[in-house]
Design a protein around this ligand. Structure first.
Ligand code: KIV
Length: 263
């Protein structure tokens, strides 16, 4: 997939399948799947580093994870997430972060929200870097949203979201992630725009879907938002495998002859 395929897939009504990936071993597996594009998301700070929000991510963290992912995958379009405040301080610092992510192996960057980002989105795009937008629930603003996860419930806020999506398209974004908004609003946005929308908790009307890999694999039994479908219970599988190994070591049934180099 390359940048042109995003528009092409939307015009052909082919769903875009995006997933997060943060490391080398899982990127090698994803390289063999039907996934179209990979997001090295700032959710890495929670999933891999144990922070309680995406605010814990920084440029060096995302850069390091893009490098690891890139080593395992060569055939997928990679989107690098601009971490908290990395694009809100100055043009120089924004472009420093963009350069780090692109040189690490990203094919584009993603950043959250619209207000105050207009000029820099244009500048990044004019510098030869495709930008993916992100609207609705934008996790870096968790302290502004509080417990209110689903966005655009009131008509005025829904209209503002639609206007923001149109503005992002006008600025030149090649796609927009829509997070935690109703199917009705994401349908309106998707129908209004020429560029594709990629939903997470935004219903079935978007041009594509994105999930966090560890979420769909069922790594955390306590994490069960309404939008998440778990395709595996990896948490229990890992626990069982490790406990089976412990049992074998206790019983001295591992290593057997089969796993030994002889007398
Ligand atoms: O970082 C991330 O995982 C994301 C997705 C929720 C879209 O931004």
């Amino acid at each position: 997939m390359d940048i042109n395929d995003f528009l092409k897939m939307k015009s052909q009504a082919k769903p875009i399948k995006m997933i997060t990936c943060y490391d080398y071993w899982s990127s090698k597996i994803l390289a063999e799947t039907n996934i179209d594009c990979i997001l090295v998301g700032d959710s890495v700070s929670m999933v891999m580093h144990g922070y309680d929000s995406t605010i814990g991510a920084n440029v060096e963290m995302i850069e390091m994870h893009i490098k690891a992912v890139k080593k395992g995958i060569n055939n997928k379009f990679i989107i690098g997430d601009m971490p908290f405040l990395s694009y809100r301080k100055s043009n120089t610092e924004t472009m420093y972060a963009v350069e780090k992510l692109m040189k690490a192996g990203a094919n584009s960057i993603k950043l959250e929200g619209l207000n105050g980002n207009q000029k820099l989105i244009k500048h990044i795009i004019n510098s030869g870097v495709p930008v993916m937008g992100h609207l609705g629930f934008i996790p870096q603003s968790i302290n502004v949203f509080g417990n209110q996860i689903v966005q655009g419930k009131e008509e005025s806020k829904a209209n503002r979201l639609i206007e923001a999506a149109k503005e992002l398209e006008g600025l030149g974004c090649f796609a927009i992630v829509l997070e935690c908004i109703s199917n009705k609003i994401s349908k309106r946005i998707t129908e209004t725009l020429s560029i594709p929308t990629i939903g997470i908790g935004a219903g079935s009307s978007t041009s594509g879907q994105v999930l966090v890999l560890q979420d769909l694999l069922g790594c955390d039994p306590k994490f069960q938002p309404k939008f998440l479908k778990k395709y595996l219970n990896l948490h229990d599988l890992i626990k069982k495998s490790v406990n089976d190994y412990c049992k074998d070591v206790d019983n001295k049934t591992f290593p057997s002859c089969q796993h030994s180099y002889g007398e």
